[in-house]
Structures are given as C-alpha cells and as structure tokens.
Ligand binder design. Sequence first.
Ligand SMILES: [Zn+2]
Ligand SMILES: [Zn+2]
Length: 140
Amino acid sequence: MDKRMTIQKMIVEKKVMSMKNHPCAEEVFQEIYKEHPHISKATVFRILSDLADSEKIYRLHTPYGANCFDYRTDPHYHIQCSKCESVEDIEVRDVQIPQNPLETNGFTVTGYTLVYEGICPHCKEASIEQNIVENSSDFQ
Ligand SMILES: [Zn+2]
Ligand SMILES: [Zn+2]
C-alpha cells in the first residue's frame, strides 16, 4: 500500500470513528468531501469496505436503505426507524439467537443480522403534528 493510500485510509477511519450516528457510505463521503475534496467517492467506498472486512469498523446490513457503518465493533444491537431510516444502538437483554443452525444446506455460516424496526421519537412526533394539522383543517 503506497503512502497516499495509507493517509487516505487514516482520514476515512478517523472520520468514521467520529461519526456516532451509523452513517452510510454516502454520508461518510459527504463529511470527508468537506475537508478533503480531492478524495474520490470510489476511494472512500473502497476504504470503508476494507475497514469493515478487516473489522476495524462494523458494517451493518439494515432493513431500510443503504448499509451503514459503525465505529463500535463490540457486540451490540440496533433499531432502525422505518420512516427516516436512522439507526441507533439499543440495549437488549437475554437475546437468544440460534448461531449454530443444525442444517445449513451446504452454506458456511459467517454471521447473522438482527436489527429491530420501529418509529423513532422524532418521526412519531412529526406524525402526531401532522394529525393535528389534518384534524384542525376539518374544523375550518
Ligand atoms: Zn425516524
Ligand atoms: Zn451501533
């Protein structure tokens, strides 16, 4: 790996470590672009993929929208808003997931994805306000 690549990799890794909101690749690129407009999107995407493959960061497969990246690599659980697609960490107790299925149909199991789905407080509030607006227009 040449020196330029090493520096770019450090820039991307540092940026992901500073973003605690589970950004997708596009969001990471947008943040890097503000400070380093010379680094191409393809490079950022490739470095993100390399960092995830080498487990420096965690790649989360999400039910809605693009996969996102997590500076946390320790085991923890996520919830995603089905409206705005934001992802947050949640505390879960006593999770029991069958990690060693007996029959894998010839597959080699490499992992699993568990993401809870819901509506975030922000979207909940927005939909309540929307209802108030709709209801109040009935009285006019
Ligand atoms: Zn939301
Ligand atoms: Zn997380």
